[in-house]
Ligand binder design. Structure first.
Ligand SMILES: [Zn+2]
Length: 268
């Protein structure tokens, strides 16, 4: 069975009701998490959290708007690569880094893992890779965070073998089998939040866990089907798809098929 270790690599603040309708105007803290998944056969990283490079890339100019919208708190000691080193792990010990999507708070640490194979949604990356300037900012994508030679390390999840999921994971029916993980990691599309947004079902001792990234910002969203405010729709890739994904999470949660882990949950 796979083991999941949770890390927090920085956090941002945001007005509560933007993330969850009706949650009030208080400024809340949203941790940026990354996850280490270990099986008998390897180790994978799910996202990278914030990193010093995020602060450097958003200090001035157009991308400073990113930080104005979501003020970021990051201490250099929280860098994921350092937190892994404390556990005795180096980037070369990882089978792959998996990216849930390409927002800056998920990819900021990528340069610390340069050369490590990276798995992502190929369709999402194709939509994102050429974005620059305002078009990039509007998608929450900071091109400076991408390491040189990144594309030679990529594997698109769409190229993986597809499998039928256990019926207990309905309404999710099919997924992409993570190579080398003995069926303990299965990737699925969770569309709506951003281009290429995906999740990972991980089979653990406590049962299936779904790493659902930013499919919601609060468990209440999928428990009670309460979305974020309309303001948040501006940064969504496709709000219709977002609410269909939320409905799927709601059904999965109600049936108890998997425990859902959101990257930024905690404040609400
Ligand atoms: Zn995001």
């Amino acid at each position: 069975m796979a083991k999941i270790t949770v890390f927090e690599a920085g956090w941002c603040t945001h007005v509560a009701c933007v993330a969850l309708k009706g949650a009030g105007l208080a400024s809340c803290r949203f941790p940026s998490r990354a996850y280490l998944i270990e099986t008998a056969r390897g180790r994978w990283l799910w996202d990278t959290g914030y990193a010093q490079r995020f602060l450097d890339s958003t200090r001035s100019g157009l991308f400073a708007w990113y930080r104005r919208i979501t003020p970021v708190h990051f201490d250099a000691s929280a860098a994921l690569v350092l937190q892994l080193r404390e556990k005795g792990l180096r980037p070369g010990d990882l089978n792959a880094v998996m990216l849930s999507h390409f927002h800056g708070d998920h990819i900021a640490g990528l340069k610390d893992f340069a050369g490590v194979p990276t798995w992502l949604s190929g369709a999402g990356w194709n939509e994102t890779r050429s974005l620059r300037g305002l078009a990039a900012l509007r998608q929450g994508f900071i091109p400076d965070l991408i390491p040189a030679g990144f594309e030679s390390s990529l594997l698109a999840m769409e190229s993986f073998e597809t499998i039928e999921l256990a019926s207990s994971l309905a309404p999710f029916a099919r997924g992409y089998l993570a190579p080398g993980a003995d069926g303990e990691i299965v990737l699925v599309h969770l569309p709506g939040h951003a281009a290429g947004h995906m999740g990972a079902f991980v089979n653990t001792d406590e049962g299936w866990v779904l790493l659902a990234a930013d499919a919601a910002w609060s468990p209440r969203s999928y428990e009670e089907l309460v979305g974020p405010s309309r303001l948040a729709h501006v940064i969504m890739q496709d709000s219709g798809a977002y609410y269909r994904t939320l409905q799927d999470l709601h059904q999965l949660h109600k049936a108890g098929g998997a425990r859902i882990c959101l990257t930024h949950e905690g404040a609400l």
